[in-house]
Design a protein around this ligand. Sequence first.
Ligand code: AMP
Length: 506
Amino acid sequence: MHKEPIIGIDLGTTNSCAAIVEDSGNVKLIPYKGGEYTIPSIFAIDDKGNELIGFEAKRQWQLNPRNTVYGSKRLVGVNYSSEVVGTMKKAVAYNMRAGTKNDVTLDVGKKEFSLQEISAKILGKIRDVASNYLKTPIKRAVVTVPAYFNDRQRQSVKDAGKLIDLEVVRIINEPTAAALAYGVGKTLKEKVVIYDLGGGTFDVSIIEIRDRVFEVKATGGDVFLGGIDFDNAIIHHVLKDFAAKTGIDLATDPVAMQRIKDLAERTKIDLSAREEVPFNIPFITMTAQGQPLNIEMKFTRKMLEQLTNQLVDRTLQMVARVLVDSGLSTKDIDEVMLVGGQTRMPVVQDRLTKFFGKPPSKGVHPDEAVAIGAALYAHSLEDNTNLRIQLLDVIPMAIGLERGDGGFHVVFPRNASIPNAKQLLATTSIDNQTELAMRIYQGDHDTVARNDLLGEFTFSGIMPAKAGTVNVEIIFDVSVEGILTMRAKDPATGREMKTTVRVTQS
Ligand code: AMP
């Protein structure tokens, strides 16, 4: 029997946070050095080769942009060749290149890091902070991921835990965790929308709460839509303005870019409270003649709204789709809950008020709800718990296999409930075939080329026979965490076949 507590960890794109349910039954956020409850999800190596994580990494990022990694959660499980990597490359100063599986590898302080290793560094820091604070070694955690993470991205978080000997006992979805923070202990009967716009990702889930039962009706999102994109809108505007005035492109100067990025985020945040904010950076660069140049601009809330209008539109289009998927209409929704720092932008709240015909609720703390929900769920998994929570979640995108013509044969549709299992009967196509291979994808497109490859599964040990005369029963299992495993059986004998998986990203 385990005695060590299980903590809840919100491993965010920009900030991470941990919480625990204490013996008294109260949920407590774990403070860092007495004060802050969130730790920047930033990893760096300084010029002496020291590894810095969290605030220590953030403090030096203006001076050391090439060896400071932030926002890397957006790259987890992404193919190096995908469009989003190109977009990220323009926005960050650290170096990315193709890894052995066509994944993304980072170079930091002359060393090579996989994205799992970066996630592991941040998880490790949170674990150490928690262990120090709680004065007990922490070995197990519930970790949250964006609802819109696919199988591969979820698996990657589990693998990151393994690297530092932290057992990720359960992965749960961020909006689902926020719903737990809102609903546990309140005896509710409500349908809620969780609108989660964080630093790097956007998720929306519609969840029906019936006391301790949390049933996700539908979910949707975009792992490439978040606060960073709002910052980038300001940055692009500043670069364009500066180039128009001086003919100088600051995008090629990493230190200047880092200063602009810093001020862009601060300006965006200030504009949530004020109508107008100056944007001044002295000595940003020099003319060819050696004369110093400054950035002297101002931003109004209206300007920011115009620059980011399309981003907010995209979130609302997704909200509309998820409502349709859930079979509900706006009037069926009891509460709209805001999660993620970017939801503090007033126009986001105004647009949601218009959409739902009522203002969003202030029922949860936007930065802390996810970690609190994760801690509550963690507590419900402990051996000596008296907290019972039933989570009924869904998969965010369809899972299926490649057809001969490159089409996508859906096995689990989008929003299929999990855990879930399906069987499929396959047969051989050539005489004496002893192996059967299939490529499994996840995504919402009709052609597999536009979806994500989860792996190539090979089932071996088929009895040699004439083509089409032997059957193979393929079993697809999606766990409560949204992770797929596959098995195959000979239906005649019931014997399990050997299954091998190759995950080479195409
Ligand atoms: P999270 O991942 O939930 O910590 O969200 C962080 C994102 O929220 C970052 O992009 C922040 O810049 C953004 N953010 C935090 N506070 C505010 C604010 N008051 N107004 C607008 N955006 C904010």
